[in-house]
Design a binder for this molecule. Structure first.
Ligand code: IPE
Ligand code: IPE
Ligand code: MG
Length: 249
């Protein structure tokens, strides 16, 4: 077994990283393999990234694995992805549990087939007391769908219009209780949001890379966190005057 090296130290560590894991299909095509081989390689990489997040001390990781729009893909690919999800839940959960990972699901659970729903609920239950890393799996997730779902819940609870605040909306999203993402990463060179965490990422720092998801390993994650560390978040405020001095010429 390779010797465990010391975890890197970062100047600023994002508490919550969210990832749009994109590019599995192109990774497979580049190797003349079927798309499913790309999805399997992507799943293998996810194991590496979860381990790295635990090692780096990240508190929350949200991964976009199947969107509400991914149902538009050919039936065999959708079924293949559902199969992979089922296998991961069966085989990987004990190891995740050992690593102290708490599994959560965001998205429309009730639209999945009952067997998958049962497996997801079981995994959530098994890992519920873990504290090291909270892993949100976005499966059948869409940001707009999440907001509609939240509005429906708010209306059903009879909350009066004047009492609907940003906090009330946040508390009715699937991510309730979880801080907004600090860093959102998208692999594979696509520069778009694709309906991911559209409310929660309002002030996230974005990081785009051409690397395809199956190739985005621990070193790539380290680079993304280093990039994040060097950024100055202002949330609409201002930099201290002395930091602006360099523009004075
Ligand atoms: C991301 O890889 C995984 C899912 C969307 C499920 P893609 O399957 O989108 O890969 P590309 O974008 O076609 O390369
Ligand atoms: C976003 O990737 C969804 C996931 C990674 C699960 P897509 O490949 O579905 O996004 P588009 O279609 O390129 O926007
Ligand atoms: Mg894609």
């Amino acid at each position: 077994m390779p010797k465990e090296t010391k975890a890197p130290q970062f100047e600023k560590l994002p508490a919550h990283i969210a990832i749009i894991m994109d590019g599995n299909g192109r990774w497979a095509t580049a190797r003349r393999l079927p798309r499913m081989a790309g999805h399997r390689a992507g799943t293998e990489n996810l194991r590496r990234i979860i381990k790295a997040c635990v090692r780096f001390g990240i508190n929350y990781l949200t991964i976009y694995a199947f969107s509400t729009e991914n149902w538009k893909r050919p039936e065999d690919e959708v079924q293949g992805l559902m199969q992979i999800m089922g296998d991961v839940l069966e085989k990987e959960v004990p190891e995740l549990n050992e690593q102290g990972v708490q599994l959560r699901h965001i998205g429309r659970l009730e639209q999945l087939d009952p067997r998958t729903q049962k497996k997801i609920r079981k995994a959530i239950d098994m890992t519920r007391d873990n504290k090291r890393l909270i892993l949100n799996v976005a499966w059948n997730y869409g940001g707009r769908d999440e907001i509609v779902h939240a509005m429906q819940k708010i209306a059903a609870e009879g909350i009066k219009p004047d009492n609907i605040t940003q906090k009330v909306v946040s508390d009715h999203l699937y991510t309730t209780g979880i801080p907004d993402p600090d860093l959102v990463i998208r692999t594979s060179g696509e520069i778009r949001v694709s309906n991911f965490l559209i409310w929660q990422s309002a002030y996230a720092e974005w990081y785009f890379t051409d690397t395809l998801w199956p190739d985005f390993g621990e070193d790539s994650l380290k680079k993304a966190i280093e990039d994040f560390s060097a950024r100055n978040r202002r949330y609409g405020g201002r930099k201290p005057a002395e930091e602006n001095e360099k523009y004075a010429g």
